[in-house]
Design a protein around this ligand. Structure first.
Ligand code: FES
Length: 104
């Protein structure tokens, strides 16, 4: 699977997740002081969107019940679920943020 451009870098604000689409699925992309990230827009607790979740210390908080997910690994932090969310590889290439599926 190759990297595909999903969002102009000029639209990205540090520590804000931007909603976009990759291969027909909603994802959230952005940048923190640890680098670019791309994650599925679906909480592993009850499947709600993570849109609007606060980003702090490399994690996004689900706006519904507050489970936090590591933006690099997808790992859940909290008591409600230990199921990770899906993550993607993300990189900057010229003016674009590009995303790629992580092969198993
Ligand atoms: S739906 Fe996200 S923590 Fe419950």
């Amino acid at each position: 699977m190759d990297f595909q451009p999903v969002l102009k870098l000029s639209e990205i604000i540090e520590n804000k997740a931007c909603l976009t689409v990759f291969e027909g699925r909603e994802i959230l992309v952005g940048v923190t002081n640890k680098g670019y990230f791309a994650i599925e827009n679906k909480c592993s607790h009850q499947g709600k969107p993570l849109t609007g979740g606060r980003i702090r210390h490399g994690h996004i908080s689900c706006p519904v019940h507050g489970v936090r997910f590591n933006l690099e690994t997808g790992a859940a932090v909290g008591k409600l679920t230990n199921k990770p969310i899906k993550i993607y590889r993300a990189r900057a290439n010229e003016d674009w943020l590009e995303v790629c599926e992580i092969s198993a």
